[in-house]
Design a protein around this ligand. Structure first.
Ligand SMILES: [Ca+2]
Length: 291
């Protein structure tokens, strides 16, 4: 399924709804009515969603200054983990890697998202996962990323927001009503001050779980509050630099405002100047689509 097809479906629905004098679900502010994209299961048994190519309006007019200007972005098709990386996955691959790396999560459980992962360790996990499946590693020893490689990497900030929004334009992927947040996300309001097993809340319209809340997710991009003023329209890949990297989605420890689709946070890659608690930081992986 392509984003274009989704758009056609949505436009047809809006026209029919207008003719009938009815609303179309929650309209473009909320979930679209089209089918969710297909999923695949990787060689190592991880479920990924085939994110369709398309364009969207990135940022928020009503959010923080770093979310403006709202600007149009095109994203090529890619695969994204349906769930945050779990401790079970992290331990399985980490134990086999050379040298092995270990699970340092504060809250323990194989189905819980891995946390207390520094950005370089998330990148290292991506490479380990690539090697385990015979794919070309994306990350060099200096943290540089080969976007042409077919292996795993962290999502760009634009890919993350595009996938989070999944065709919606409201504050959240379920619409603009924060009172519904508890159906879709673990946040400070309902988490009981801890992470929860991935996939327990409702998914977004493209079938991705915990994009809002549970653990905040590392992105590939360095963080620059002014980046949107000059970012390219097609597949933006961040401003460069390594002082701070982008975290998205908010966490079990965050207020609902920080869980919005457009909300941005910059964090030191090694937590040396942590704004967010380390046990609130995890990630999920993406890789190129063959489309
Ligand atoms: Ca999350």
């Amino acid at each position: 399924m392509t984003f274009r097809a989704t758009g056609r479906t949505l436009r047809a629905c809006l026209v029919l709804a207008a003719l009938a004098g009815l609303g179309c679900g929650k309209g473009v502010n909320g979930p679209t009515d089209g089918p969710a994209p297909p999923t695949i299961t990787t060689k190592s048994g991880v479920e990924m969603v085939v994110i369709p190519a398309g364009s969207f309006e990135m940022g928020s007019r009503g959010g923080s200054g770093d979310e403006r200007p709202v600007h149009k972005v095109w994203i090529d098709s890619f695969l994204m983990d349906r769930y945050e990386v779990t401790q079970g996955e992290y331990e399985r691959l980490g134990a086999k890697d050379d040298p092995p790396f270990s699970n340092l999560s504060h809250f323990r459980g194989k189905d819980l998202p891995v946390e207390q992962v520094k950005w370089p360790d998330a990148a290292r996990f991506c490479n380990a996962r690539s090697r385990a499946e015979g794919l070309k590693s994306c990350y060099g020893d200096d943290g540089s990323c080969d976007f042409d490689a077919d292996g795993y990497r962290l999502p760009t900030e634009a890919e993350w927001e595009y996938a989070c929004r999944s065709g919606t334009t409201g504050d959240y992927s379920f619409g603009g009503d924060a009172r519904q947040l508890g159906d879709f996300a673990w946040s400070a309001d309902n988490s009981g001050k801890k992470t929860h097993p991935v996939g327990q809340k409702k998914p977004n319209p493209w079938g991705l779980y915990d994009m809002h809340g549970n653990v905040a997710e590392w992105c590939q991009d360095s963080y620059d509050k002014n980046y949107y003023q000059s970012s390219p329209e097609k597949n933006p890949r961040g401003p460069g630099g390594d002082d701070a990297y982008v975290l998205r989605g908010g966490s079990w420890k965050s207020a609902g405002e920080s869980l919005r689709s457009a909300a941005r946070l910059g964090e030191s890659p090694g937590f040396s100047d942590a704004c967010l608690a380390r046990d609130a930081i995890g990630f999920r992986c993406v890789r190129r689509s063959k489309d």
